[in-house]
Design a protein around this ligand. Sequence first.
Ligand SMILES: [Fe+2]
Length: 378
Amino acid sequence: MKRFKIKTEVCFSENAIDALTEIKGKNAVIFTDSFMASSGAADRIAEKLGNCSSIRIFDKVKPDPPIELVTEGLEFLRNANADVVVALGGGSSIDAAKSVVLMAKRVNPASPIRLIAIPTTSGTGSEVTQFAVITDAQKGVKYPLVDEQLLPDMAILDPSLVMTAPPGITADTGFDVITHALEAYVSKNASDASDALAEKAFELAFEFLPRAFKNGTDYMARDKMHSASCLAGMAFNGVSLGVNHSIAHALGGKLHIPHGRANAILLPHVIAFNADLDGHFGADDTEAAVKYAKLAQRVGLPCTNVRMGVLNLIQELTYMMQMMHIPMTLSEMGIDLEEFELIRPSVVEAALADVCTLTNPKRVSAKRINRILDTIAR
Ligand SMILES: [Fe+2]
């Protein structure tokens, strides 16, 4: 039996934030970072929440939200007597708010808090997933939380909030979307439902990410990338991800590489691994290879056979990375390789233990992860 559930109501495209005006008589807390607070974005959201009884802003979210922030946020929610939490920002703000609301519900299972996620980057898909990542800053370890209660009640995808994302962030977060779509598509748990979402997400990102990168004010490209991010989030929320994310989580925790960028540098090598490209020709293509080739075909890449489709997909993604100035290796990223060698065993160990490894289409060994790390190092 396969199951697929989507709980979150999604409001999208032009004026989507107007959905906030429908919330009446509640105590609202906006959960965000200092940039969103100082840029006026949080005030814009507060204005739309004008029908609420009270509105307070918690603006202390930092990248890779630490455990201490969740405790502080929980205290803030209690003091505000909040029954609506609006998470405004990138993955960090949304993950932090989700974690705080989860803790509030664990403390009081009857808690009426309604969670609304408003992403300001097109990447994590966190607005529609039951996952959140919090960090133990002292140990340098990222903890993935998985709980149905982490699912927001509503997601608001308003392209006007993404227009100012700089090109580097657009590229990194866009590659996170592409990686979500590809890993969900070849996941061991993939289904017709997740495939439909992953295919559309990939098609949109493939077409509109380069446009959004070249011209941040291209409204249509921003709108479509926001949709792609959300659809890819729905896809992987149902069927999980793969070893690309397992290694990216481990590298991010140890080396503080932006999540999307870590995914991007791994992606060509993980596709080649899953598709069994090393010395393999034709007769028994892996299931993942057939699916990669199907996606290549959907976006118009030459695909006279499966192997050619996979190779063209890898080549095109590599070209996109180069065009968007994404480094191809850790050393290009400025990582000290001697320092990397010191933490390599813990990266391998963390990647093997990561929950995403379970759904990778091919079995993964420490030796294989080391080979992938060799390839991306220099
Ligand atoms: Fe991701």
